[in-house]
Write a protein that binds this ligand. Structure first.
Ligand SMILES: *Cc1c(COP(=O)(O)O)cnc(C)c1O
Length: 466
């Protein structure tokens, strides 16, 4: 399987899976996609119905790693990764109301759906770095969620040093402690005296510093990495098969931020899964739902909400869908993206917008409606949903059709957002056993001033020490 950028042509030296795993973003600023979509015939889908989650994941991911990693190796990796999950079904499917299902993706080590892919990424990095005899330093900024999933996935991995910047004193206790109580010495947490934007700007500056970038062999594991999307496809296939696919259509509703999770559902459709509708759930940061309703993709200010992992205005993975809706025309895609960057308004051609609307719909809920939805699912079905998952369920409920199962992705464990859950339902959700002593574990982090040189020094020292 070879890959291409959304902003370039298919060259003679098209990269393979290992290349794009380590580089993340294409040199031309575009995002990688496979040169063609692998197609899974009906008979194969029927055979997949009896596979365990890890074995199904290996089959699906294997279509994208073809030529780089053999299936047996991949199967071993998947079995190891998903054995760390806290639920025997890995991604249990719960019927919340008749025909409305919650696909729980939060049974991994950090209680958020990011573990589903990030844990695989840790294994894949280790494998490819060994093959290529390389060592990388992963650097990232976090306001909470992504950082803990990345640290949990890369702690103790060979050939990887990881440094995560978080804003000092501005994360929740649980979120910070999920990062700072990790003991492995390839992990460095830096608390920067500033806000999340300060941290993010520092990471950008480190990547822009070519000498530093090469010296540390910097790498990123952000949500545009294709391997993360690939590792999110299996659970959609598994859920649909459990509900009658390929003989029956299924719809999905996904609480959406960077558009990575729902893009994986769309990709499953490209591979032959019969999908009826894809529903985007948003909070008050509703750029995607405005686009779907009125072709209005214009950037507003990011407003904080009860579902912070969706407090986003520019959904980076949307570029992949745009490219496809433009008939894979990379010149038009590049021009539209460049203009979007300059003006904050994306001029999506009418025909591409109309085509997007054939599959996608969207619903935005402000905080008040989110709390009401949480209370409603609890009252009617005793189902405790975190604010993100409740937005997915509410979008699914809104667009549900008779006779077609609607599956809503549940992306965080209710205990990750205890205050909102308590406010909506009166229930205080407890942390699962493996995190029960989190608040008393020893923390490890350095506090550094808002000074790029000092932070770079710390990153270099960490790389050399470990
Ligand atoms: C990251 C995240 C999302 C958004 O997923 P995208 O792939 O960025 O659209 C939704 N909910 C939770 C809890 C998350 O951590």
């Amino acid at each position: 399987m070879l890959y291409r950028s959304t902003r370039g042509t298919v060259g003679a030296n098209a990269p393979n899976f290992s290349d794009i795993l380590l580089s993340g973003l294409a040199d031309d600023g575009g995002l990688y996609l496979p040169t063609h979509w692998p197609f899974v015939p009906r008979e194969t889908l029927n055979l997949w119905r009896t596979l365990s989650y890890p074995d199904l994941a290996a089959e699906v991911i294997g279509l994208f790693t073809e030529g780089c990693i053999d299936l047996e190796t991949l199967r071993t990796m998947c079995r190891e990764v998903y054995s760390q999950f806290d639920h025997a079904a890995i991604t249990p499917l719960v019927e919340v109301e008749e025909g409305l299902f919650s696909l729980e993706l939060f049974h991994g080590p950090t209680l958020a759906f990011k573990d589903m892919a990030m844990q695989m990424l840790g294994r894949l990095f280790e494998y490819v770095l060994k093959q290529r005899d390389r060592h990388v330093t992963i650097v990232g900024a976090t306001s909470g969620d992504t950082g803990s999933a990345a640290i949990e996935a890369f702690r103790g991995r060979e050939r990887v040093s990881i440094v995560i910047l978080h804003p000092h004193g501005r994360t929740s206790d649980v979120q910070r402690r999920q990062m700072t109580t990790v003991k492995e010495d390839n992990v460095l947490n830096i608390a920067v005296e500033g806000d999340f934007d300060t941290c993010q700007d520092m990471v950008k500056a480190m990547f822009a510093d070519e000498k530093f970038r090469n010296e540390c062999s910097l790498s990123a594991v952000n949500s545009i990495n294709w391997a993360r999307i690939a590792a999110q496809i299996p659970y959609y296939i598994r859920a649909a098969l459990a509900l009658g696919a390929p003989d029956r259509q299924v719809s999905f509703a996904v609480p959406t931020g960077n558009f990575g999770n729902i893009l994986a559902a769309w990709a499953a459709g490209q591979m032959g899964l019969p999908i009826r509708k894809l529903c985007v759930g948003s909070n008050r940061n509703d750029i995607l739902t405005r686009f779907l309703l009125n072709n209005d993709m214009s950037v507003h200010k990011v407003e904080p909400s009860l579902s912070p992992s969706m407090d986003i205005q520019v959904s980076s993975n949307f570029e992949r869908l745009l490219f496809e809706m433009l008939g894979r025309d990379s010149d038009r895609c590049r021009a539209i993206m460049q203009e979007f960057r300059q003006t904050g308004h994306m001029a999506v051609p009418h025909d591409a917008w109309k085509q997007t609307r054939e599959n996608f719909c969207g619903l935005a809920l402000n905080d008040e409606k989110t709390l009401k939805a949480m209370a409603r699912f609890y009252r009617r079905s005793h189902y405790l949903a975190d604010p993100h998952s409740a937005i997915g369920l509410a979008a699914g409920e809104h667009y549900r059709e008779a006779g077609i199962p609607m599956v809503a992705a549940a992306t965080a464990h209710p205990a990750k957002f205890p205050d909102a859950v308590k406010k909506a339902t009166g229930i205080s959700p407890g942390l699962p056993p493996h995190l029960a002593d989190l608040l008393t574990r020893e923390e490890h982090y350095q506090v550094l001033p808002n000074d790029l040189a000092r932070v770079q020094e710390a990153v270099l020292a960490h790389r050399h020490n470990h």
